[in-house]
Design a protein around this ligand. Structure first.
Ligand SMILES: [Zn+2]
Length: 244
């Protein structure tokens, strides 16, 4: 049991050091993530608008070709008007002419509306683009800063992670899971020592009988107030010695 407690506390000591390295990064990782998400979102908006703009340009070109084609047939119909031989032919031709004219009108109106919309999209894209550029500059700065901090402690971090892996391998899976669960719930500190008569995690007094049992290092005790695993000074000293 002593060994188990010492190993668990060693793990805590290593994690404390890793947490300190993590803390040096401050809110930089969060900021980088937030900026990345914001940039992605805005870029998607720009892309979508670009797509709408080019689709509408494509459609306008098709419409223009159609207008040209209708214009040609319109001219032909109008020329044919002079050669009609009866009312039936005349009616048929004027019907074609009306149809072509209204179709041309419709296409011209459609193109005008698309052109207006295209202008609107262009302005929206122009408004968004400098924002994205600005965010990208901000992102770059944060990334450089973060990289610098990571780089400064890289060797130490690798060493600690290596050490952690070795110690963690000695911890039984259920114990490891308990440790990680408490650690996650209580922001890092899963195992604390009993300091004088109190839990050094929450500063609540540990009952005298429990204190005596704790000092015997025969069982895994958790603090009744905060739920952290409690260890005696003897375990702390042994863990520190094992890591040095
Ligand atoms: Zn406690």
């Amino acid at each position: 049991m002593i060994n188990k407690l010492v190993t668990l506390f060693s793990l805590q000591l290593i994690d404390d050091e890793l947490d300190e390295l993590e803390e040096l990064r401050g809110d930089l990782p969060l900021r980088v993530n937030a900026l990345n998400a914001r940039i992605k979102e805005m870029q998607e908006q720009i892309d979508e608008k670009e797509k709408l703009k080019s689709d509408s340009l494509e459609k306008r070109k098709t419409n223009e070709a159609e207008i040209e084609r209708l214009d040609v047939s319109l001219k032909r119909f109008k020329a044919q008007l002079y050669q009609v031989r009866n009312n039936k032919e005349y009616d048929a031709l004027t019907k074609e002419i009306d149809h072509s004219e209204s179709e041309i009108e419709r296409l011209i109106a459609e193109n005008a509306a698309m052109e207006t919309n295209g202008e609107k999209l262009k302005i929206e894209i122009e408004d968004l683009t400098p924002n994205v550029d600005e965010l990208n500059v901000d992102l770059k700065e944060n990334q450089v800063e973060l990289k610098k901090i990571i780089k400064e402690n890289e060797i130490e971090e690798i060493k600690l992670k290596d050490k952690r892996e070795k110690v963690a391998a000695k911890v039984k899976k259920p114990d490891y899971n308990v440790y990680m669960r408490i650690r996650k719930a209580l922001r890092g500190k899963a195992i604390v020592k009993i300091n004088r008569a109190a839990c050094s995690g929450c500063h609540n007094i540990v009952p005298p009988q429990r204190q005596i049992e704790l000092r015997q290092n025969k069982r895994l005790f958790t603090c009744e107030s905060c739920g952290r695993i409690l260890v005696s000074q003897e375990i702390v000293d042994a863990a520190m010695k094992s890591l040095s």
